[in-house]
Design a protein around this ligand. Sequence first.
Ligand SMILES: NC(=O)c1ccc[n+]([C@@H]2O[C@H](COP(=O)([O-])OP(=O)(O)OC[C@H]3O[C@@H](n4cnc5c(N)ncnc54)[C@H](OP(=O)(O)O)[C@@H]3O)[C@@H](O)[C@H]2O)c1
Length: 317
Amino acid sequence: MKAMQYSGYGDPSLLKMVEMETPRPAAGQILVKVHAAAVNPIDWKMHDGSLRYVLPVKFPSVPGFDVAGQVVEIGPGVDRFTIGDRIYACLSGRSGGACAEYAVVDAGVAALSPQQLDFFQAAAIPLAALTALQSLRDLGGLHADQRLLIVGGSGGVGHFAIQIGKAFGAHVTAVCSTRNADRVAALGSDQVIDYKKQSDFSSGEPYDVMLDCVVEKPYRAFQQAMSREAVYVAVLFPLRLLVQSVLLRLYSKQRIRFVICKANGDDLALISKLVSEGKLRPLIDRVYPLHELATAHRYSQSGRARGKIVIDVAGDA
Ligand SMILES: NC(=O)c1ccc[n+]([C@@H]2O[C@H](COP(=O)([O-])OP(=O)(O)OC[C@H]3O[C@@H](n4cnc5c(N)ncnc54)[C@H](OP(=O)(O)O)[C@@H]3O)[C@@H](O)[C@H]2O)c1
């Protein structure tokens, strides 16, 4: 099969199309003919070497965690899927494997793809939507009528967080730049704050939960705008914030928490339900053919993507 591969740590120019053996599913796994994959910042962050002491990569390595395709073979012990099923998943392996013609997927992390989505839309969802869901539900404890602030509302995680926040019945304020304000409002935000025009993100009533998808400003920049027992969830783990999360416990009921996305088929099934109910849809910024994966990674590195970057693995476009 064809796959895009990094031979070692470095920038996306190292990505090469290679021919490799098609994997076989082991017990508990399915083999999927990949139609589409999606890019997440973790794909290039893992491969540029900056995370090598935390998340080491075994080379050669096929990047990509988000996958959508059709089941072509079933390993022993799998009864949740049949051949021909259209599935999507966030792969649970250490460094991905989605950017290839076939991928083995642990059955426990896959879900049937919602019928109304094509493969590109399905691939756009898993890792970013799971991160948003797990941040708001498990770490933020978000519930109806709470006030939610999302910084980075136009990105992969943020645009799903807006929709999940609304589905939970929260009042959502999203922070984005001028050029993305209309899109972010169209996703359902009750209020949009343009970070190019306003540096203070308070908006009258205090926020109960905050999801920071950018993690650029120090926590104290938000503290006054948060309620007494508010939870701030961060997608990144800078040392200053880890220290602050410990210190905060000494004098405040506010909490700083950190999300680590977990591949999970049951959570993905919940996301499928939101899609079927018309409460969640992916925003696709660009679609690249598989051989242009390096360009897709560079675009993700720019930090300017709106919604998701998708890879057309099977040439469906
Ligand atoms: N811990 C985990 O499990 C986990 C999981 C997923 C992602 N992450 C991390 O979360 C971060 C976000 O991921 P993502 O997939 O959402 O990234 P992304 O899609 O690449 O985010 C790009 C978006 O961020 C916006 N943005 C950039 N600077 C901003 C600012 N100062 N204020 C508001 N918006 C800003 C950009 O809009 P403009 O161009 O308009 O500025 C753009 O739309 C990444 O660092 C990623 O590695 C962590």
